[in-house]
Design a protein around this ligand. Structure first.
Ligand code: UDP
Length: 261
């Protein structure tokens, strides 16, 4: 069922990654591609190819995918549904997306495990932190499904939590925008992209990175976040091999060159 075993050592001449263990968060919405709803197989395949390329570097890679292309708890609750029930639907949506990603990644010959915070043994392993780390050490891509398993959270918080639990070196927040901006670049022509912001700045200025609880968790655990654009092919590879793209969120105060463009 699982194709190849662990990644062994990367091929000679392969660039050295700057991170050993990485958690990649992508929104469910990203998987919609150009369809505007559900799952676009071509987009899933493109993500899987980027994952494969990073895996071939020998990087230990964990993924968290959202469920916003299917159900978001807050939206369903605004339409009259009980919030906790709506959130459980959202968490189940992340399982659907995780299975789609698993399938696409395994078709490229990379071993994966879907690990779920809500038990459903027919489709995913239960989340056992030490076992998840063991999978990573063996070179399997681990996909964390079903969020935190608790309502009233988001998959951004899930990503921060799981990244801390597996002791990831960095949290990569993949978006459709190429970083964090001073204002919404689609609405404000004067908006400038930061190359670096601090956690504190993100919280104080409510910059659009991740929700506040996710940022606070990263801040408390000194976990750097890189926000970058996943639409550009090869970007996960670029980030992992140390190319300076997107916006870095960390504790150190930004330098004079904090605003890029
Ligand atoms: N969710 C939840 N608890 C969690 C993670 C997610 O209740 O720990 C629910 C919540 O309703 C959320 C939905 O799952 O709206 C889908 O996740 P999210 O909105 O983070 O997905 P994204 O916007 O990244 O696609």
């Amino acid at each position: 069922m699982n194709p190849t075993p662990a990644v062994s050592s990367p091929a000679p001449g392969t660039p050295t990654p700057v991170y050993k263990r990485v958690l990649l968060k992508l929104s469910g919405e990203f998987l919609e591609g150009r369809r505007g709803f559900g799952i676009d197989p071509l987009t899933v395949q493109e993500v899987a190819e980027q994952v494969r390329d990073v895996h071939q570097l020998g990087v230990q890679l964990a993924l968290v995918v959202g469920g916003g292309n299917i159900v978001r708890g807050a939206e369903a609750s605004a339409a009259g549904m009980d919030r906790a029930s709506a959130d459980y639907m959202g968490m189940l949506a992340t399982v659907i997306n995780s299975l789609a990603l698993q399938n696409a990644i395994e078709q490229l010959g990379v071993a994966t495990r879907v690990v779920s915070a809500i038990e459903m043994r027919q489709v995913a392993e239960p989340f056992i932190p030490r076992r998840a780390v063991r999978h990573l050490e063996k070179g399997r891509v681990v996909i964390f499904a079903a969020g935190t398993g608790s309502p009233f959270f988001t998959t951004d918080s899930t990503a921060a939590l799981r990244a801390c639990e597996i002791k990831a070196d960095v949290l990569l927040k993949a978006t459709k925008v190429d970083g964090v901006y001073t204002a919404d670049p689609t609405k404000d022509a004067t908006a400038r992209r930061y190359s670096h912001v601090t956690y504190q700045q993100v919280l104080e200025q409510s910059l659009n990175v991740m929700d506040a609880s996710a940022i606070a968790l990263c801040k408390d655990n000194h976990l750097p976040i890189i926000v970058f654009d996943l639409l550009t092919k090869g970007n996960i590879y670029r980030v992992v091999t140390g190319e300076s793209i997107g916006t870095l969120v960390s504790a150190t105060p930004p330098t004079a060159a904090a605003c890029a463009s």
